[in-house]
Write a protein that binds this ligand. Structure first.
Ligand SMILES: *Cc1c(COP(=O)(O)O)cnc(C)c1O
Length: 372
């Protein structure tokens, strides 16, 4: 026995999360010019960061010798006004992944269980396994969550259900009325985590009124992030909205300074920049049409998406899909293979700038030509 053999079996068997390949890594591996590489692999905002947020963060750099405000007072006050919840219902995280992790650490233990969907965000099984709890993956329906089957999958040991809407990597949306009925039927002894990382990319007509439901359901935790439409993925800020008692427990577990001072001021300023959010939304809508048009012209099957990314299928076997992925890499385009999501025939591409989408489509056509 050596030291590492003493780590619990559930830790040693964790498959590490595979992030999108960084631009610098691909440039090094393929001897490409970094400036020519396009990363469409991590659902980042192709417009970058809100200029207001950027300015606020640059100013805040002068004070990095000081610890951040551990309570996140200002950001919570602003979120509280914006969403009509009290500050004690808000929990801030080092990205919304931190919130998912906190929820697991508060409510799970070895022997407890959590339910999520097949093809759902990879962080759910990860945070469940880190605790030594059991993950129950419910088969998807048309790549989306089968909410009724998820209800049925809940056992007496189940303490958390994770719902991603829109889901990553499939882009599927659970309709508002189905989500509400789920909340009505699920036991109040089970925390329902509604992961709304892509909420701001939804057209108004598709946005569920989930925050209103907090009044009615003490077992609801809504998570949102500054990583996507706000363009702050690198500084790691997310938040959760929930019942004050749940937030209180999560606050006891989190690190005292889990959000950096730069992240706090960046997020606060980003919230004020409605113009940047609107521009990002509009660019995404146009880019989504451009990509789906391109797919249709090439006869490529895709899963209609409500996010800032879209998942498409490569005809042939799983090897063909990896070949297309590799060919795109050689052409300087990074997308995401979905083998770890049990979707070995699919690739996920983030909606980029018009010119990036164009180059992606041309490169994809070239890659498919190489296959044939
Ligand atoms: C991107 C994403 C997040 C956000 O992660 P952060 O930690 O906030 O960067 C959360 N959930 C899903 C489903 C995502 O795709």
């Amino acid at each position: 026995m050596n030291l590492c053999d003493f780590a619990p079996e559930y830790i040693r068997s964790i498959q590490p999360y595979q992030p999108g390949k960084p631009i610098s890594e691909l440039a090094r591996e393929m001897e490409l010019d970094e400036a020519r590489v396009i990363k469409l692999a991590s659902n980042e905002n192709p417009l970058g960061t809100s200029p207001l947020a950027l300015e606020a963060m640059v100013s805040a750099l002068h004070d990095v010798a000081l610890y951040p405000d551990g309570s996140g007072y200002e950001l919570k006050s602003e979120l509280s006004k914006r969403y009509g919840v009290s500050p004690d219902q808000i929990i801030l995280g080092n990205g919304s992944n931190d919130i998912l992790d906190l929820a697991a650490r508060v409510f799970l233990k070895p022997g407890a269980a959590a339910v999520y969907s097949q093809h759902a965000f990879a962080v759910y099984p990860l945070v469940v396994q880190m605790i030594g709890a059991n993950g129950i993956a419910v088969p998807a329906r048309d790549y989306g969550h089968d909410l009724l089957a998820m209800l049925d999958a809940i056992t007496p040991e189940t303490r958390i259900v994770f719902i991603a809407s829109p889901n990553n990597p499939t882009g599927t949306l659970s309709p508002e009325d189905e989500l509400f009925r789920f909340m009505e039927r699920v036991s109040r002894d089970v925390l329902v985590v509604m992961d709304e990382a892509y909420y701001e990319y939804l057209p108004e007509a598709n946005k569920p009124d989930s925050i209103k439901w907090l009044k009615q359901f003490s077992n609801l935790l809504i998570t949102r992030t500054f990583s996507k439409v706000y363009g702050l993925a690198g500084v790691r800020v997310g938040f959760g909205l929930t019942h004050p008692d749940v937030a209180n427990l999560m606050n006891r577990v989190r690190q005292p300074f889990n959000v950096s001072s730069i992240g706090l001021v960046g997020a606060l300023a980003a919230l004020q920049d409605a113009e940047f959010v609107q521009k990002s939304y509009a660019l995404n809508r146009a880019g989504m049409l451009q990509l789906t048009d391109g797919f249709r012209k090439m006869g490529i099957e895709y899963i209609p998406s409500y996010g800032n990314f879209i998942t498409f299928r490569v005809a042939g076997d799983a090897t063909s899909t990896l070949k297309v992925y590799q060919s795109l890499l050689r052409q300087g385009i990074i997308v995401r293979p979905l083998g770890i999501y049990e979707m070995p025939h699919h690739l996920r591409v983030t909606v980029g700038l018009q010119s990036q989408n164009q180059r992606f489509l041309e490169s994809l056509e070239h890659a498919l030509g190489e296959l044939a």
